[in-house]
Design a protein around this ligand. Structure first.
Ligand code: NOJ
Length: 569
């Protein structure tokens, strides 16, 4: 398919109206509470984002994805939603939201909202009603309540663990004050799982999708898209039985798990698709689905959400062979479904890639672990193992490569500054439930959520006038936007140049590998003579003939040094 064949020649207005705008978009993720604080309360907010629209425009991104901005007690950074159709008063108002959407649109930037359908917060009116209502009531049926085991129901219905550690079940106190039923929460106990077998839940989310689409939201990022539909028919299998039943090499590959990746979940997304298609251009969606690779296309199908994150590069080492295999496989997979591929190195859940690539090989992945099973970055962990300079250099090379590959590139705020993970957050200031529920094993995700440095000096490095809700280290100063702005060779300027070029150069979603004869060098071309070469090794190599458009590090006598990418034409 060459749906984007004419993209490069389209004017900005036409690109914006193109129903296929998302296929090769650059999407910049904003974690609102850590982006920019307009009122000095230490928490980033909606007006803060609006004020930074010129900055976003200067990045030449196509869309912004906003992590949750809904009313929330922040038990899980906003992924515990009190009300799906409002803005957190700590972040602003619906009017502020409208103003932000208008400013983004006026700047030619689309808006993607995070939607969190698997669970609400325990402060959502539905959950309060469930707690106040008797067992078996319609209010309880919006969630997953079960009687406990044991003579007095004092044991949880199963031994399942929550993703953040501890049991996946929490016991409630009944309205009459007696210990009562248990409810399921795959994540924190403040995030009760909704019952998607209940028609009311399904209808209410359709209403939510229309609510935000009517307000100008162009697409949705769907949180834990693979967990909504569950089969909790008794008897529930134990953890041990579940792992014995898991025949896939990388998670269940047959949809038989009681709550992850069941086939029936796609009935939900088929209904969502109908809503998306009510709009012009149709609203888009991308699934966050940590599923077996063979099952990902179902989420990305045009009859479903249309796109699914692939976290393969994010979990890979900085390794030519691994990168090539992942890119080849995912492009083929996307072509087979009609979706375009997605690429991502960093987000609000993982250690920043500038840090990951500075860690010893093998400590890759979502939560890089040391030999002892502990996270490398655990307070006081083996920091001497971290090579900051190498990490940053490789991160730039990897990103430049990614931006040349067909598909949508998802970027996480701060990576354009080359920001490192903040390891030195004192326990007393940590916020992530995965740290508290798993103390001593998981360091949690706060290190990539520290408010951005905009200025080299001053209160919270220009984030706002009233400090920052997570402590910023002194070394943030040298990464500040102000320090890199207009400075040739800075990470920020590399991102700007590459993103602008990408917009001009991208045409058809095609990539052709060019044999280099060197296993550490990847070379490919895109239609129109645009080429990308990455040297994953340490020794400089010759570049093919052509004009160098941008490189992730200075060339050495016209040669491509190690850990570097260059684009040519
Ligand atoms: C995935 C989100 O990215 C993560 O931040 C959150 O904790 C879980 N889903 C639960 O909502």
């Amino acid at each position: 398919m060459s749906t984007t064949a004419t993209l490069a020649t389209l004017s900005d207005d036409h690109r914006f109206a193109d129903p296929n705008w998302w296929r090769q978009a650059s999407v910049y993720q904003i974690y609102p509470r850590s982006f920019s604080d307009s009122n000095g309360d230490g928490l980033g907010d909606i007006k803060g984002i609006t004020a930074k629209v010129p900055y976003l425009q200067s990045l030449a991104i196509d869309a912004v994805w906003l992590s949750p901005f809904y009313p929330s007690a922040l038990a899980d950074g906003g992924y515990d939603v009190d009300d799906y159709r409002d803005v957190d008063p700590k972040l602003g108002t619906l009017d502020d939201f409208d103003e932000m959407a208008a400013a983004l649109h006026a700047a030619g930037i689309k808006l993607i909202a995070d939607i969190v359908p698997n669970h609400s917060s325990d402060r959502h009116e539905w959950f309060r009603e469930a707690l106040a209502s008797p067992k078996g009531s319609p209010a309880r049926d919006r969630y997953i309540f079960r009687d406990g085991k044991g003579p007095n129901g004092e044991f949880p219905p199963s031994d399942w663990d929550s993703v953040f550690g501890g049991s996946a079940w929490e016991r409630i106190t009944e309205p009459d004050g007696t210990p009562g039923q248990w409810y399921m929460h795959i994540f924190a106990k403040e995030q009760p799982d909704l019952n998607w077998a209940n028609r009311e839940i399904r209808d209410d989310f359709l209403k939510t999708l229309r609510f935000w689409s009517d307000r100008g939201v162009d697409g949705f990022r769907v949180d834990v898209a693979h967990a909504l539909v569950k089969d909790l028919t008794e008897p529930l299998l134990s953890k041990l039985e579940l792992s014995a039943a898991n025949t896939g090499t990388d998670g269940f590959d047959d949809g038989s798990h009681p709550f992850w990746d069941r086939d029936e979940v796609h009935e939900v997304y088929a209904e969502w698709r109908e809503v998306f298609n009510e709009y012009n251009p149709p609203r888009t969606a991308v699934a966050e689905a940590w599923v077996h690779a063979t099952r990902r296309p179902r989420y990305a199908s045009p009859q479903g959400l249309g796109q699914a994150f692939n976290f393969d590069l994010l979990q890979a080492d900085f390794d030519a062979e691994e990168f090539k295999e992942i890119i080849t496989r995912n492009l083929a997979e996307a072509a087979a479904t009609g979706a375009s591929s997605t690429w991502v190195f960093s987000n609000h859940d993982v250690v920043r890639h500038a840090t990951r690539y500075g860690l010893p090989k093998g400590s890759k992945g979502k939560h890089p672990k040391g030999q002892d099973g502990k996270t490398w970055l655990l307070a006081g962990g083996p920091k001497e193992e971290l090579d900051v300079e190498l990490g940053e250099r490789r991160a730039r090379a990897a990103t430049l490569l990614m931006l040349a590959v067909p598909g949508s590139a998802y970027l996480y705020q701060g990576e354009e500054l080359g920001l490192q993970e903040v390891a030195e957050i004192p326990e007393s200031e940590r916020q992530d439930p995965s740290f508290f529920r798993n103390r001593g094993v998981e360091v949690g995700r706060d290190g990539c959520r520290v408010p951005l440095p905009w200025a080299a000096e001053g209160s919270s490095f220009g984030f706002g006038d009233g400090g920052a809700h997570l402590p910023q280290p002194a070394w943030f100063s040298k990464y500040a936007v102000e320090v890199q702005d207009g400075v040739e060779g800075s990470t920020l300027e590399m991102y700007r140049t590459a993103l602008k070029l990408r917009r001009e150069l991208q045409t058809a979603e095609e990539l052709e590998w060019i044999e280099t004869g060197n296993p550490e060098v990847l070379h490919f071309s895109r239609p129109g003579g645009w080429q990308s070469v990455t040297n994953f090794g340490e020794t400089a190599v010759d570049l093919p003939a052509g004009t160098v458009l941008v490189s992730s590090a200075p060339l050495e006598d016209g040669r491509l040094p190690g850990n570097t990418t260059a684009w040519l034409r």
